[in-house]
Write a protein that binds this ligand. Structure first.
Ligand SMILES: Nc1ncnc2c1ncn2[C@@H]1O[C@H](COS(=O)(=O)NC(=O)[C@@H](N)CO)[C@@H](O)[C@H]1O
Length: 427
């Protein structure tokens, strides 16, 4: 959510941001509604002030035993009370309408964000790692998993329906190793490890921006104010709601693990092979709460990206970084980089990480605040990036490190988390 004062003073900037983000919000309608609310609020407050004056006059008339004046003033007071009684429901309803529209206003993209209509216009700006060359017929991730009995999709579908999977054997161990590898590295970078709820209340989803527009992607627990999170970002955004943090406590640096659940509505028929796009997966999330300062946000944006790059480099996976364009970045972001790892079987890069900074757009929605050095209470800035998401990362990992004998080499960095094992599929 943007500051209403900012929208009032910069309507054209906000309209342009909406246009660039394919966001259909009508800013003129929002400002007209806002004016209605302000006018009505003013009327009600004026009437309340008159009521206060009247009650003083009534006491004065009573002291002077002026019965007629006192009765007239009481009658006038009744009329004012009726006016307020009639206007208040209208004021509340218009105020709620304005709030619901404010939730739909996008953040302003940084000028460095490429202008584009969709992901085809994201701009790659960094490549790392030599693409693998195989002198044998290389398998895709699903065939490799079947070969080594690392997955059972049929039985998972029996239990949980489409886009589900069972990880078996070394794939199950590999996923846990990757989670530990990521949590361990981030903890050693001073990020506080969290294992957060995968169930969260409505306000947490409004806070991170998933609600209201992305509600169709979220599983709801029947008859409860509880929903399954698609990312630990939701749970962490909700944790500090309504608190006022001390400036000197910032930045808060979290590395949060959670199972993630996504309906993947609208992706029917897309990425249906193997475990690329599924309803439930595990993710280790980097999350920063910092002071409300653009330079500070940009610093952490680069740091979160670098952390993920280090993890991927240690996994020895070729990747590229793309600057996500305005049409693909979503409402809340100021800037967004995706990391895409090379998938040999597809001969293209596929997304494995997504890094964003949002200034105070989430903080305003979730009421996350801090007291700065001058004692001023402000909304914080928030940022997030994937550290590891599995089984998505298993796809480039298994394919890139497959050997001529069909086994898969486990990268050095992961071996300590796999009991020192060096290969999958070797005795
Ligand atoms: N349906 C899915 N199936 C498997 N992996 C997924 C799915 N959706 C997302 N992911 C993985 O989770 C990563 C982060 O998801 S994201 O929506 O892009 N971004 C976030 O959730 C942010 N909180 C940063 O992690 C993706 O890059 C991808 O690796």
């Amino acid at each position: 959510m943007l500051d209403l004062t900012f929208i009032r003073s910069n309507p054209d900037v906000v309209k342009e941001a909406a246009r660039l983000k394919n966001n259909s919000i009508d800013i003129d309608a929002l400002l007209a509604l806002d004016q209605q609310v302000v006018a009505l609020q003013h009327e009600v407050e004026e009437t309340r002030a008159k009521q206060n004056q009247l009650s003083k006059g009534i006491q004065q008339a009573a002291r002077e035993k002026n019965v007629e004046l006192r009765n007239n003033l009481i009658a006038e007071g009744k009329k004012l009370a009726e006016f307020i009684k009639a206007k208040e429901p209208e004021l509340n309803q218009l105020t709620e309408e304005r709030y619901n529209m404010l939730l739909l206003v996008p953040n302003i993209p940084d000028p460095s964000t490429p202008v584009g209509k969709d992901e085809s216009e994201n701009v790659p700006f960094k490549y790392w790692g030599e693409l693998p060359e195989f002198d044998f017929p290389a398998l895709d991730h699903y065939d490799l998993m079947l070969k080594h009995n690392l997955v059972d999709i049929e039985r998972a579908v029996k239990v949980a329906g489409s886009r589900s999977y069972v990880l078996r054997g070394d794939a199950a161990r590999l996923e846990l190793a990757l989670i530990n590898f990521a949590m361990d590295k981030m903890a050693r970078k001073g990020f506080t490890p969290l294992i957060v709820p995968s169930m969260a209340r409505d306000f947490a989803f409004i806070g991170n921006g998933q609600f209201p527009k992305g509600r169709d992607q979220v599983y709801e627990l029947k008859d409860q104010d509880l929903f399954l999170v698609g990312t630990a970002e939701v749970s962490i955004t909700g944790m500090y709601k309504d608190e006022i943090l001390k400036g000197e406590e910032l930045p808060l640096k979290f590395v949060g693990y959670s199972p993630c659940f996504r309906q993947e509505a609208g992706t029917y028929g897309k990425d249906t092979r193997g475990v690329f796009r599924i309803h439930q997966f595990n993710k280790v999330e980097q999350y920063i709460i910092c002071k409300a300062d653009h330079e500070e946000s940009v610093f952490w944006f680069e740091q979160l990206l670098q952390n993920a790059e280090e993890l991927i480099q240690e996994l020895e996976l070729p990747y590229r970084v793309v600057n996500v364009c305005t049409g693909d970045m979503g409402d809340g972001k100021v800037g967004m980089y995706d990391i895409e790892c090379w998938v040999p079987s597809e001969k293209r890069y596929r997304e494995t990480h997504s890094c964003s900074y949002l200034h105070d757009w989430q903080a305003r929605r979730a009421n996350l605040r801090y007291r700065d050095a001058e004692g001023k209470v402000k909304f914080v800035h928030t940022l997030n990036n994937t550290a590891i998401a599995s089984p998505r990362i298993l796809i480039p990992l298994l394919e890139t490190h497959q050997q001529a004998d069909g086994s898969v080499r486990i990268p050095e960095a992961l071996r300590p988390f796999m009991g020192g094992q060096e290969f999958i599929g070797r005795p």
